[in-house]
Design a protein around this ligand. Sequence first.
Ligand SMILES: NC(=O)c1ccc[n+]([C@@H]2O[C@H](COP(=O)([O-])OP(=O)(O)OC[C@H]3O[C@@H](n4cnc5c(N)ncnc54)[C@H](O)[C@@H]3O)[C@@H](O)[C@H]2O)c1
Ligand SMILES: [Zn+2]
Ligand SMILES: [Zn+2]
Length: 360
Amino acid sequence: MKAAVFREVNVPMEVEEVEISKPGPREVLIRTAAAGVCHSDLHFFNGTYPGAAPMVLGHESAGVVEQVGSDVHYVQPGDHVITCLSVFCGHCEYCLTGRLSLCQEPETRRGRDQAPRLSHGDAPMGQFADLGSFAEMMLVHEHAVAKIRDDMPLDRAALIGCGVTTGVGAVIHTAGVEPGSTVAVIGCGGVGLSCINGAAIAGAGRVIAVDMVASKLDLARKFGATDVVDASEGDPVGQVKQLTGGGVHYSFEAIGLKVTAEQAFQMLRNGGTATVIGMIPPGHMVSLHGPEFLFEKKIQGSMMGSNRFRVDMPRFVELYMQDKLHLDDLVSSHIKLGDVNDALKQLETGEIARNVILFD
Ligand SMILES: NC(=O)c1ccc[n+]([C@@H]2O[C@H](COP(=O)([O-])OP(=O)(O)OC[C@H]3O[C@@H](n4cnc5c(N)ncnc54)[C@H](O)[C@@H]3O)[C@@H](O)[C@H]2O)c1
Ligand SMILES: [Zn+2]
Ligand SMILES: [Zn+2]
């Protein structure tokens, strides 16, 4: 099968022929239909986060089950699925206490003594996030897929695989936004726009979108932003405080920068909660003004929207079908696998929401 292979930091990926193994007892082979290009792929491609090459990047995808292992009962060939990097074991403390997105058990991967899922000649090849979606086929653990209805368009479904689950989930699961509360979202990419959409679904009274690209702020209104703040025109903290008479109940950082994580905390009203979704680079420290804690302000992280994705993803599909989740507006363009390098480059400008790779 063909896959875009990451071999070296910042060196354009070539589409190569890669061998893919047969499903083990609990594995599922998927024919990839569509894959979104998320900023997390860029973090590994440009070396902001370390990743072992060679590897197939991509982790936001949907497809059709081709073949299943002997112990798989959840799906069968022909089923439509969305993948999720929150592969869960089902029996560790995190899984048993409902925090599946924190599960790190290695048993859902193949061991070193087993043949690799992907290879090139004699050399094993990694799968980013145990998925590797920039490829015509994916071989994954059965706990990496959610089954969805057949009439859901797979290019839209792919976006639920990461950005939507992360953004909406951060709002409804990690933060637990209540109806009528005020929300600010810093960064209006695929994740931030999904946060805004999630806040609207949760019934937030005021949803303030913050970005530095004017077209993104226009787009944010379509997702439910009631107010917008252009951060290129000065400090967004003061503007958000002014709009809300002192600060928001909930803020979300959806970029991955120290400065915007600090802004998220600074724009809280007393008792408010800041949720950092963006991947801040290793080694970067976030500074907070100590006395603010006296006013019960909180800051927390969010991993993949604290999802329970086999429950969440089919629900998100229903919300799309009911026109409540605006996935159509999230697709900036459909591209081919060979265009993936350009799509990664475009993420650096902040101009696009999501590029989605379509496979033949
Ligand atoms: N926590 C998780 O589980 C998780 C999951 C998925 C993605 N992420 C991370 O979330 C972040 C966002 O991902 P994405 O794909 O939406 O990214 P993106 O590149 O599509 O969007 C980023 C947006 O931020 C805006 N921006 C950049 N600098 C800004 C600034 N200083 N002030 C205001 N706006 C600014 C850009 O214009 C752009 O609209 C990334 O760091 C990604 O790695 C985390
Ligand atoms: Zn992602
Ligand atoms: Zn577990």
